[in-house]
Ligand binder design. Structure first.
Ligand code: NAP
Length: 285
């Protein structure tokens, strides 16, 4: 129930209506009986400066920032965490006294969600070189993994390799991916290929490159099973969709804002309820 004492958290994006974060965080606040509410705010890049002033004026407890504001918000903040500084990207705003600070929880959320053990020297192939790829590549490199980055725009993959000390860049095409995946134990899709509503699309990963020693994780969580994951499962690979990463990165924000351990099961349920029966959609393909 919203009372006179209720404080506000939220997510800023443009657009923001697709976000699963309100369902996830409100479920957690409610389950723990916290006097907090989490609200989506459609903030255009042009209004970001005013939104920052609004966060101060209205006493927002915490904010998630999503596309296209993750980089632009930095110039308005007082301080960044080390990892946000390294990435040049922020997805969580929090207060340290009266200082408004920025953190990036995607990389840590990705690692926390991954159900396989990373060992130094193992090879991962990351598809994509956008915002989420930065967090994933950085997290994997920091874990001692050899990372090959494949992207449609090869220049962006090369930039990521240089910036985060990854092993190499390749075009997002069948032949180089087949070769790169031979010795790989992990394949991560960070591109938006196959995301709602483009269920039929898939990255150009050749079927014969999907060997049972390869674990395939897709950051996409809508649909719950992309075409890439469905094919990988058929080929005997272990698979994972983006829901657990979403929950884990959200859990880190939750703990920053509330000082409490995040109720992960409640948050998972909140996300799944929001997403509905996406599995049914992919089965119909
Ligand atoms: P982004 O910064 O816009 O990057 C998109 C990437 O996809 C780029 O590498 C882009 O290649 C590539 N791409 C897009 N359309 C393509 C196409 N038709 N053919 C080839 N490549 C294409 O997006 P993002 O923020 O990284 O998000 C990417 C995905 O990750 C989204 O589905 C998002 O929902 C998901 N995500 C999930 C989580 C989670 O917690 N599970 C967190 C963050 C993001 P170019 O460089 O060539 O344009």
């Amino acid at each position: 129930m919203i009372r006179g004492t209720t404080k506000v958290c939220g997510v800023w994006g443009w657009p923001v209506t697709h976000s699963a974060s309100p369902a996830m965080h409100n479920a957690a606040f409610e389950a723990l009986g916290l006097d907090l509410v989490y609200v989506p705010f459609a903030v255009s890049p042009e209004n970001l400066k005013q939104a920052i002033a609004g966060a101060r004026a209205l006493g927002l407890v915490g904010v998630n920032v999503t596309v296209p504001l993750k980089e632009r918000v930095i110039e308005f903040l007082d301080r960044l965490t080390e990892r946000a500084e390294r990435l040049g990207s922020v997805n969580t705003l929090f207060w340290d006294g009266d200082q408004l600070c920025g953190d990036s929880t995607d990389g840590a959320g990705f690692l926390e969600a991954l159900p396989i053990t990373l060992t130094p020297g193992m090879t991962a192939v990351v598809l994509g070189a956008g915002g989420s790829a930065r967090a994933v590549v950085d997290a994997l490199v920091q874990s001692g993994v050899r990372v090959l980055v494949a992207n449609r725009t090869i220049k962006r993959a090369e930039e990521l390799v240089t910036r985060f000390g990854a092993t190499g860049a390749l075009p997002l095409e069948e032949a180089p991916l087949r070769e790169a995946l031979q010795d790989a134990s992990l394949l991560v899709n960070t591109t938006s290929i196959g995301m709602h509503p483009n269920y039929a699309q898939q990255p150009p990963v050749p079927e014969d490159a999907l060997h049972p020693g390869l674990f395939v994780t897709d950051l996409i969580y809508n649909p719950a099973q992309t075409r890439l994951l469905a094919r990988a499962k058929q080929c005997g690979c272990g698979t994972q969709n983006g829901i657990e990463m979403l929950v884990q990165q959200g859990a880190i924000s939750f703990t920053r804002w509330t000082g409490q351990e995040a109720p992960l099961d409640i948050m998972r349920r909140g996300v799944k309820q929001f997403l509905g029966k996406t599995d049914t959609i992919i089965e119909a393909l």
